[in-house]
Write a protein that binds this ligand. Sequence first.
Ligand code: GTP
Ligand code: MG
Length: 214
Amino acid sequence: TKKTIFATNTKLIMKVNTAEFVMSNQDITKCPIPQIPEYAFIGRSNVGKSSLINTLANVKNLAKTSGKPGKTRLINHFIMNKSWYLVDLPGYGFAKASKAHRNKYEKFINEYMMKRENLMNVFLLIDSRHPPQHIDIDFMEWLGTSGIPFSIVFTKIDKLNRSQKGSFYAAYEAEMLKTWEEMPPHFITSSETKDGREELLAYIEEINGSFVKP
Ligand code: GTP
Ligand code: MG
């Protein structure tokens, strides 16, 4: 069994007044100086990472989105309220990517997650329409054993009908409780309807309060 390393949730609502692109790169040593808190978005290609960043920022095309998987290829930093970073990462499980590309991708993502000193929390995005997938379950295992705090963000909830909305979470819970003592915090979101936006911002705001400059 594993220990839990999750922060707790509260109900403060944060306004995002400014949202700006900072830089894109593939080299963690070139990321911005880690003086302010940072949150990364990860998950399968096409799950809605870039769309969710735009939703949180309330800016339509801040992060580039696409109907085709494999759009985001680099580590992209955005700064919110001039005081914390959102990071858009490439998706995993992109079937068309070559093996060499996948290895390179894994290496730089792992390095980013392990070494980024100001990384406060990883948001692992999961498409709420699909049953639990090995690739996501395995990635959570890796985050857990690496001691990287994470939360689950279910995406595209607008695509579910009423009965699916009532039942999809139980399937994840059943699968995860096979290996985890308790569930990580989770959020149920839609970039179409903005569901979950305030909850996510409140959660980030709370964690921001615990940031200590390296
Ligand atoms: P990669 O960069 O390729 O890894 O993908 P990504 O995870 O950044 O996904 P992206 O935000 O580009 O969205 C992929 C597709 O899903 C786009 O066509 C989006 O419009 C759509 N999409 C994203 N979020 C939602 C959502 O909440 N609801 C609906 N209906 N569609 C969404
Ligand atoms: Mg993307």
